[in-house]
Design a binder for this molecule. Structure first.
Ligand code: TGC
Ligand code: FAD
Length: 391
């Protein structure tokens, strides 16, 4: 095994992967170890990122890996997509977020709901990382309830005008184009593609984040932006189409969170086997072993859930409720593992000498974006009772 210690796969699930996915996994693993691990603490401390990451992620096929080659993807399975997100998030959630947004929230809707012109214009360039996309659904007053959005498309002669604002948008400050969701005059939600250099678009970077510090997050202000029917995603009319994109990204997150958890576990295990107190390594104390044993148990459970939803997705059978359960459960698991790992490291756990505090604060975003922990619980509640308790 190439990584006998660093990568923890208790039930040897990766042995079930076909060779092409293991090769893609190894390429991404090596890149994370080479490019991300040595620089990420400094980027996170300084709230910076490297634009080169986008191009390099494109070269490795990390954007929409399960989309077809024609659609800018790699033609891998959905499981393959999950594996790559897991590898990226072992480095940092910010990097996995870049890939989630570009592949699942920008390329996927264009490939599934776009016009031939939109596909031609954007897909290959996005897949290669030559263009950067973002996805604007959330608004200042509408997060969990995107159906209440206030961004509007109104007819203006032969064209239309788009007005409103989108907040908390990953990659907005560096994006060349956006997928924007807005209501038309009949109150129907419509998806659009929008080049960010259009007059009337202004982006403000959100500063002061303690989480996802190596990711650019912004607010997009849309002030009477001129759009035409050619900008509409012809196949995306209704909130359900935005939610279909979220299913793809949530699936990737349910795998990605495992990467963050594995890195925290690995760090804690290594530390516990070196750090001595009372004349012994702390890993010899029962309470530390209890923490480590419970951590690897919940990681293994999450890996099993991720593999199974991967299989279901590959068979075209996975439901959005199953994805919600996996997103909620695996992100919660990762946050618990990060918190336990931080305790094992004692005071060192709060420093940038180790990755755990960074993962821990990143996971505070992951448990909120793409549907909060409680919204996903209510989706499960609705799935099992048939009653929506969130409205
Ligand atoms: P509701 O009336 O239940 O549904 C509206 C229509 O959508 C259908 N639907 C779905 N379709 C596909 N996939 C899903 N997961 C779906 N869930 C619902 C539904 O059947 C209905 O269809 P139709 O034909 O009857 O019209 O909608 P609602 O307004 O009551 O809301 C339901 C709720 C609360 C579950 C939903 O709004 C929700 O999931 N809220 C959470 C919002 C969210 O996750 N936002 C994420 C923003 S993007 C982001 O965070 C990116 S971070 C990326 C990164 O950096 O990695
Ligand atoms: P709110 O919806 O205001 O929720 C606040 C609290 O109320 C939560 O605990 C929630 O669970 C609870 N709550 C809400 N409704 C109910 C209910 N019915 N029953 C019980 N409890 C409820 N969005 C995008 O569109 N694109 C992006 O690229 C993007 N990137 C993001 C990046 C970062 C770093 C962050 C932090 C967020 C990002 N988001 C993005 C936004 C994200 O999806 C929202 O923050 C999320 O959906 C929650 O919305 P909110 O923050 O407005 O919280």
């Amino acid at each position: 095994m190439a990584y006998p210690f660093k990568y923890h796969d208790y039930f040897d699930l990766d042995a079930l992967l076909p060779e092409e996915i293991r090769m893609a996994r190894d390429a991404v693993r090596d890149w994370v170890d080479r490019e991300i691990v040595p620089t990420i603490e400094e980027h996170a401390m300084d709230a910076t990122y490297s634009r080169d990451w986008m191009k390099q992620l494109g070269e490795m096929g990390c954007f929409g890996p399960s989309l077809s080659l024609d659609a800018g993807g790699q033609g891998l399975s959905e499981t393959g997509y999950g594996v790559l997100m897991r590898e990226l998030e072992r480095g940092d959630t910010s990097v996995r977020s870049m890939a989630s947004v570009q592949g699942s929230l920008v390329m996927y809707p264009i490939s599934a709901f776009g016009s031939p012109m939109q596909k031609e214009k954007y897909l290959k360039a996005l897949g290669a990382g030559d263009l950067i996309g973002c996805f604007g659904l959330t608004e200042p007053d509408h997060g969990s309830d995107p159906g209440g959005m206030e961004t509007r498309i109104v007819q203006d002669g032969s064209g239309y005008r788009l007005s409103g604002s989108k907040m908390w948008i990953t990659n907005a400050p560096i994006a060349d184009m956006a997928i924007i969701w807005a209501k038309n005059e009949e109150g129907k939600i419509q998806g659009l593609t929008l080049d960010m250099d259009r007059p009337g678009i202004r982006v403000e970077t959100i500063t002061g984040k303690w989480s996802l510090r190596a990711s650019a997050t912004g607010t997009i202000y849309l002030d009477d932006v001129a759009v035409t029917k050619d900008d509409f995603l012809p196949g995306a009319r209704g909130l359900g189409y935005a939610l279909k994109c979220l299913n793809k990204a949530r699936f990737g997150i349910s795998w990605g969170a495992i990467g963050a958890a594995v890195d925290c576990y690995h760090t804690a295990l290594s530390y516990a086997l070196e750090r001595e107190q009372f004349g012994k390594v702390i890993g010899s104390f029962q309470l530390i072993q209890k923490k480590l044993a419970e951590m690897i148990t919940v990681i293994a459970q999450a890996q099993l859930m991720a593999f199974r939803i991967g299989q279901l997705a590959d068979e075209g059978k996975v439901t959005s409720a199953q994805i919600s359960m996996a997103k909620r459960s695996n992100v919660h698991m990762a946050l618990q593992v990060a918190r336990e790992a931080r305790q094992i490291l004692g005071a060192m756990g709060i420093t940038s000498d180790y990755s755990v505090m960074r993962h821990m604060v990143n996971l505070e975003t992951v448990i909120t974006y793409e549907g909060t922990h409680d919204i996903h619980l209510l989706i499960t509640g609705q799935d099992v009772t048939g009653i929506a308790a969130y409205k």
